[in-house]
Design a protein. Sequence first.
Length: 394
Amino acid sequence: MDDLLKWRGEFPILDRSTYLISNSLGAMPRSVYDSLRAYADSWAERGVRAWEEGWWEMAVAVGDKIAPLIGAEPGAISLHQNVTLIQAVIASCFDFRGPRNKIVMTDLEFPSIQYFYHEQRRLGACVELVENRDPVRLDLDKFLAAIDETTLLVPISHVLFRSSHIVDVQAIIERAHRMGAHVILDVFQATGTIPINVRMLGADFAVGGVLKWLCGGPGVGYLYVREDLRAKLRPTLTGWIAHRRPFGFETGAIDAREDSFRYLNGTPHIPALYACQPGLDILNAVGIKAIRAKSVRMTTRLLEGAKAHGWRVNTPENPVERAGTVSLDCPHAYEVCQELLARDILVDYRPKAGVRLSPHFYNRLEECDFALAQVDEILRTHAWEKHATASARA
């Protein structure tokens, strides 16, 4: 018996689709309707008084619901609009004009992060993009060798977005710290799928978002800053919420707070902070240990099924190296993905990955079998060709 299926009724979309795309956007909990109604009621009934009745604290207070999922302490997380902006806040704490100005990244990193850091070259940063021949796994030895005495920042994903490979981030953090560098650990594809403890890892920063495995919707990214660094660093990307006396409306330089508010800037994104909470409450109630155990069973089922069909998989077979996604590189993967979507089997396609199937705790094991059976049927009947022909005629 699968005890986690008792949560299935909390996600309306599961009644009308095979939802295997939690790596991209988690299913919405039905209680989000109530959360957004509470926001609207607060605004309608309390007006500007809502700020002093809870809104002002939400950009840190709601972070306490994320903290247990990554092993952070209460008050350690600030909430922002997305991870790219969070990377900008972190980067603004550092000066790239000195001899220690290198940023080490892998070419397997999510593109938005690569785009941001390559643009920091205009501020003096030296970017070393470590290339990998293997599209599935990080070449750890090559990556570690790139981190030297001139390295300032090392942005690295705990779980690679294309392959779902779990990176040995402990080795990277240890190497970076020996060299005097700081690690920005991206846990976007990790949180909600595998156990994480950022304090035990010694991560300088951890970043992520709620819209995928945390079922929190778009508009909320989170930033953890190691406790001993929190009051030490000074982001230049700042604003009035980071000021000690924001409603004093003082002119001149900022008198920055020393807690997580220090890393905030302008007016917070209140509607999204309401919307994300039901998903976080559910994830905390379910527990990452139980989610991880079920995830291994489902991804193993997908891998074994793909192997039986002779399809290539761009995801590690060893569950120790694998998070929540299986990237199926079957023939005509893009076209197959489009046909699956047309059949309400929600997945996605990524170049150099294939069709990404991402079951979560609310999925049934049989849905994994069903999705693979549909891929087989599509390939055997060339269904995507028929669909394309019908669309062209229409």
